[in-house]
Design a protein around this ligand. Structure first.
Ligand SMILES: O=C([C@H](O)CO)[C@H](O)[C@H](O)COP(=O)(O)O
Length: 209
């Protein structure tokens, strides 16, 4: 299982510093949605230039104009972009069309889809995305009683390639691997750690154990 770090910081210098601390231990560098909104699409080119050997994932969470938005990120150097799994099918198809044009990948972010999630995962997979990200966002994670277990259960049921994002920690990444995820996305467990490099190293060890 590959490890993706979510660079959920708010400015490019901080993102470059964090990426530099963790890159050797991760497979994919993600520009988080708040970073893209704060620093702009030019941040994609800067991260790719600093780490040309890493896949760069841009978490656009596109809700409309799929082809246009995905193309912006691909032009800037993105290898993967997200489109909302909850978006209109034509928005997903548009992002997929841009992916085909640039020879890059589109991921459907299933954030906010809770009821009927497995059915929607199967639908968007047929629209041509490379895989789905089964995702509980930061607001959902903050609710009392949140666990990652329902994400993992839906991944097992869906029968398509998937990643998991939703507060993955050192003590839960093993369960993510066992559920069959192809990618584990970790943000807070890395950027909130006293030593982000050491945290990423331990997560990678458990991701591949
Ligand atoms: O996508 C994310 C979230 O919606 C904020 O943009 C996070 O990057 C993703 O959830 C991974 O971060 P953690 O949940 O902190 O591991």
């Amino acid at each position: 299982m590959r490890l993706q770090v979510a660079l959920d910081v708010l400015d490019l210098p901080s993102a470059l510093t964090l990426a530099g601390q963790v890159a050797e231990h991760v497979d994919i560098l993600e520009l988080g949605t708040p970073l893209v909104k704060s620093a702009g699409i030019a941040a994609v080119s800067a991260i790719k230039a600093a780490h040309p050997d890493k896949l760069v994932f841009v978490d656009l969470k596109t809700a409309d104009a799929g082809e246009l938005e995905a193309a912006l990120a691909f032009e800037a150097g993105a290898d993967l972009v997200t489109v909302m799994g909850a978006a209109d099918d034509d928005t997903v198809r548009g992002a997929v069309a841009a992916g085909r044009k640039y020879g890059k990948q589109v991921v459907a972010d299933m954030i906010t889809v809770v009821e009927g999630r497995v059915a929607r995962i199967r639908e968007v997979s047929k629209l041509g995305v490379s895989f789905v990200e089964i995702h509980a966002g930061l607001d959902e994670q903050a609710r009392p009683g949140y666990t990652i277990d329902t994400l993992l259960e839906d991944g097992r049921l869906a029968g398509v390639p998937f990643s998991i994002a939703g507060g993955i920690k050192i003590d839960t990444i093993g369960a993510v691997r066992e559920a069959g995820a192809t990618v584990a996305v970790a943000g807070g467990a890395i950027y909130n750690a006293a030593d982000p490099g050491a945290a990423a190293k331990e997560l990678k060890k458990r991701a591949t154990a």
